[in-house]
Design a protein around this ligand. Structure first.
Ligand SMILES: *Cc1c(COP(=O)(O)O)cnc(C)c1O
Length: 341
């Protein structure tokens, strides 16, 4: 395939920006090692700068993140954090046998695999029925919550779609979190199921959040697209009630493979993803003390994803990222128009 061919359109394989590619190569050339900040240069700091930049777009001001190799790993981090939060004893002693996960019908096919790898088991992942707009129906969510309660199951997490590859299934996060919270109050549940938004594709919409409707319309300059954006942005408004989300820079952040981020609303994941023998404190954030390997899946860890995503965020800015997203929809719109002619 010709690099950058305007005729190439297949799944999520865009051409990375030259700047991001150079950054990835530079980090490889200098062999930056992001196991811990004592030998990682500032890679661990930049990792948090990338995480902080995106999370501030959605007003998550205490968020932290982990650079990882793919969206699948962001789901793994979410599920592991969820289990540890629900059953802290599981960190040292293993899983109870009544855990389940709920996810949207149109969620990525890797959710079951991750559930299996993590020890919950793929059949304990319950898919919820969606309507024809790709949103989980209120009835199916309520039914699943009640069934779980009646069967003595504990819902470790709910994995919600924040935009998917083929149909861009995107949950109404306000509805999901409201139903969950009402269910907790009504049934006096002593825990809150962990809410993760699988936004590895939809995250780019975060760059356009909290903008005035008219401002957005002017920027987009196409009513069909502007209306679509408004619907998606409205559905993402409930993110404030979520615990984590995922970002794939290699999908639509113009970075080479693979450069993903798991973003947690606060730093609790650092302990939740550990083995139970260490607790992070302020001391760990003194330069030279931070060790990522206690919470990351990898031990030796590359930093190309950290540097390339940072370079794109810096060179394009929030505005540039938003404009890129709009241009993707404009291309799609034009293509669709041409096909219909
Ligand atoms: C691509 C994708 C994943 C898996 O991400 P990888 O980066 O391929 O590991 C998970 N969820 C959604 C919605 C995706 O589009």
């Amino acid at each position: 395939m010709q690099v950058g061919s305007k005729k190439s359109l297949f799944n999520m394989i865009p051409q990375p920006s030259p700047e991001a590619t150079a950054a990835a190569w530079a980090s490889t050339y200098f062999n930056v090692y992001s196991l811990m900040d004592a030998f990682g240069g500032k890679s661990l700091l930049v990792e948090q700068q990338v995480s902080g930049t995106i999370s501030r777009w959605v007003d998550w001001n205490d968020a932290m993140g982990i650079s990882c190799s793919g969206g699948k790993i962001t789901i793994l981090y979410a599920l592991k954090s969820a289990i540890s939060r629900l059953c802290p004893a599981s960190i040292r002693h293993g899983l109870p046998n009544n855990l389940i996960i709920l996810c949207s019908e149109g969620a990525h096919y890797c959710v079951e695999h991750v559930a299996s790898m993590i020890g919950i088991g793929s059949t304990n992942c319950w898919r919820l029925k969606s309507d024809n707009e790709g949103k989980t129906t209120v009835e199916s969510l309520k039914l699943a919550l009640e069934t779980a309660l009646n069967k003595g199951k504990q819902i470790a997490a709910i994995i919600c779609c924040g935009g998917t590859t083929i149909n861009f299934n995107c949950e109404d996060t306000v509805t999901i979190s409201t139903i969950v919270d009402q269910f907790i109050v009504h049934n006096k549940l002593n825990y809150r199921p962990y809410l993760h938004l699988d936004s590895v594709i939809g995250w780019l919409f975060f760059s356009l959040m909290n903008q005035h409707e008219d401002q957005l319309k002017t920027k987009i300059n196409n009513d069909t697209i502007a209306n679509k954006f408004q619907i998606v942005l409205k559905r993402l408004q409930g993110l404030a009630k979520f615990d984590s989300f995922g970002v794939d820079f290699h999908k639509n952040g113009l970075c080479p493979y693979s450069s993903s981020f798991f973003i947690g609303k606060d730093r609790r994941f650092m302990d939740e993803l550990g083995d139970g023998n260490y607790q992070y404190s302020e001391q760990d954030f003194q330069y030279g003390n931070l060790c990522a390997y206690r919470y990351t899946l990898e031990n030796s860890r590359p930093s190309h994803g950290i540097l390339s995503s940072w370079v794109n965020l810096k060179s394009k800015g929030r505005l540039g990222m938003g404009e890129y997203l709009i241009s993707l929809y404009q291309s799609r719109f034009n293509l669709e128009k041409k096909c219909k002619q």
